[in-house]
Structures are given as structure tokens and as C-alpha cells.
Design a protein around this ligand. Structure first.
Ligand SMILES: [Fe+2]
Ligand SMILES: [Fe+2]
Length: 177
């Protein structure tokens, strides 16, 4: 039975894969070529919706338990909730920049590229902290039974199983490892 650590880790693999695809497109744009704007928009839209609704509830449940069972060690991960808020704000700016580009409102290419790259770098750092601090800590300090119970307890909105518009992205992300 997969526990909550397995589930969070699986989510992270999808995120990483999507971030890499986004990064490739931003690199294309940075070179002065025309990127796949539909793909950029789909990934940005996905990242604005999916983590908050379908990923953070799992992390929230795990964080609450770690805060009770291993508060000292958890401090090393920093304020992950605050980081979720900051990343969401940063991504909202990227989305605004993208909307301007798509509406052909003047926005400097360099400005958009820098915003997107900052977001990607920060999101990668966040994933790395969760993968190297939060998840190993959970494995080390929490009984497997607790981790399995959490996985069963966190009920995600129905849409998390079938976000139609994003299925193509996820399939490609899974396929790309
Ligand atoms: Fe997170
Ligand atoms: Fe995460």
C-alpha cells in the first residue's frame, strides 16, 4: 500500500518533469525563437491549480504530524507553507506576464524570461528541500502505519483524479519520467 510519502514523491516527479518542460520552452524564448506558447500556458495554468488543490493537502497532513512528532528536526526545512504562498505569488506574476505576451502587449522578453527562470529555480529549491529534508524525516521518524493512515485520510477533491484539460500534460510528464 502506498503511503503519503510515496504519494508526495510521485507528485514531485510530475512537478519536476513539468518544470523541465517549461524551462526548455523558456530557453527557446530566451534565444529569440518562438516557443510553444500553448504548452507554456498549459503548464503555468496547471501549476496554479493543481498543487494547491491536489498536492498541498497531502503535505499539510504530513507537516501537521511532523510538527507534533519531530518539530526540532522539521525546522531545518524552513517555512514550507510560507514558501507555497511565495511561489504562488511569483507564479501569478509569470501568468500575468504571459497573458501580456499573448495579448501582444509590450513586455520585455528579458523581463519575462527572468521572472519565469526565478520561479522555476525557486520551485526546484522547494522540491529539493521537501525531497531531502521533509520526506526522509517522515520516513525516519514516523511509523509506516501512520504514513499509510494519512494517505487514506487525505481526501482530495474529485477533480484531482481527472483534470481533463491537464491530462495530456501529466501523461507526457509521466512518460518522460
Ligand atoms: Fe510543497
Ligand atoms: Fe511538494
Amino acid at each position: 500500500m502506498s503511503d503519503i510519502v510515496d504519494k508526495i514523491h510521485a507528485d514531485h516527479r510530475k512537478f519536476s518533469s513539468l518544470l523541465s518542460r517549461l524551462e526548455e520552452q523558456i530557453d527557446v524564448f530566451a534565444r529569440g525563437e518562438r516557443p510553444d506558447f500553448d504548452l507554456i500556458r498549459d503548464i503555468v495554468d496547471f501549476l496554479r491549480v493543481w498543487p494547491a488543490r491536489c498536492h498541498h493537502p497531502r503535505e499539510e497532513a504530513l507537516l501537521r504530524l511532523l510538527e507534533r512528532k519531530a518539530p526540532e528536526a522539521l525546522r531545518e526545512a524552513g517555512d514550507l507553507r510560507r514558501e507555497h504562498e511565495r511561489l504562488a505569488a511569483q507564479l501569478a506574476n509569470v501568468a500575468d506576464g504571459l497573458a501580456s505576451i499573448l495579448m501582444e502587449v509590450e513586455i520585455a522578453r528579458d523581463t519575462f524570461v527572468a521572472m519565469a527562470r526565478n520561479f522555476i529555480a525557486r520551485q526546484k529549491d522547494h522540491l529539493a528541500v521537501e525531497e531531502t529534508v521533509m520526506l526522509p524525516l517522515a520516513r525516519e521518524r514516523l511509523p509506516k502505519a501512520d504514513l499509510e493512515r494519512l494517505a487514506a485520510e487525505v481526501v482530495l477533491p474529485e477533480e484531482c483524479g481527472s483534470l481533463k484539460r491537464y491530462e495530456r500534460l501529466l501523461e507526457t510528464a509521466d512518460g518522460g519520467g
